[in-house]
Design a binder for this molecule. Structure first.
Ligand SMILES: [Ca+2]
Length: 212
């Protein structure tokens, strides 16, 4: 009886270890349709497009990093204008450590300075803007921006946050176009939870030894 108890505890513990350490990149993705494979009328489901110029445009694309589909984001205008695919997520809490990433590349039609990045806006009550964080970016100013590149960052969700708005964004001084695929947003498991679990297991083993 006691032996099976310990075996179960060890099994659960190793499962927790596997989930948290062996596959950190596989943590639950909070985004819907992160690979843009689900489309309706040529638009990706669960994503909204917003552009700062009347000539901006966002479409589903077959130029994919993985699968059949990606999205493109196009902006044309004068000045540092931007255009983004956006999705709002509710499943985060203040103090959560979140990891965001995606794959992106620029299209050769970019003219002048242009770039692409992923960002997160932290929104409070009534969608009040609290702060933001962005990934590294690819840019026509920095050379290798024409092949698929991984953009990523981690950050802590600030106090007062109720929702986060995730954006896949292109900016340009004159004209810019980028492709995005395989977006990912996840909460990084806290080391504290693991310590608590492993501490519990150790005391469990100690108890069972003492009883012998
Ligand atoms: Ca895809």
């Amino acid at each position: 009886m006691r032996k099976s108890y310990i075996v179960t505890a060890v099994f659960v513990f190793s499962l927790v270890l596997n989930l948290n350490f062996s596959f950190p990149a596989q943590a639950v993705n909070l985004l819907n349709n992160p690979g843009f494979e689900d489309i309706e009328d040529d638009n990706p489901l669960h994503w909204d497009f917003a552009g700062m110029s009347m000539y901006s445009d966002g479409c589903s694309s077959t130029d994919a990093h993985w699968g059949e589909r990606s999205v493109s984001t196009y902006i044309y205008g004068s000045g540092y204008l931007g255009a983004s695919w956006l999705q709002v997520i509710n499943d985060v809490s203040p103090d959560d450590l979140i990891e965001v990433s995606c794959w992106a590349k620029l299209a050769p039609m970019c003219y002048g300075e242009a770039g692409a990045r992923m960002f997160v806006d932290f929104l409070g009550e009534n969608e009040q803007f609290i702060g933001y964080m962005t990934t590294n970016e690819i840019s026509t100013q920095s050379g290798d921006c024409w092949s698929w590149t991984n953009l990523t960052t981690v950050g802590v969700v600030p106090q007062g946050t109720e929702t986060i708005r995730v954006g896949l964004s292109t900016y340009a001084v004159y004209q810019g176009k980028a492709y995005f695929d395989d977006a990912h947003v996840s909460v990084v498991p806290e080391p504290g939870t693991l310590l608590l679990l492993s501490g519990g297991l150790i005391s469990l083993l100690a108890c069972s030894r003492r009883k012998k």
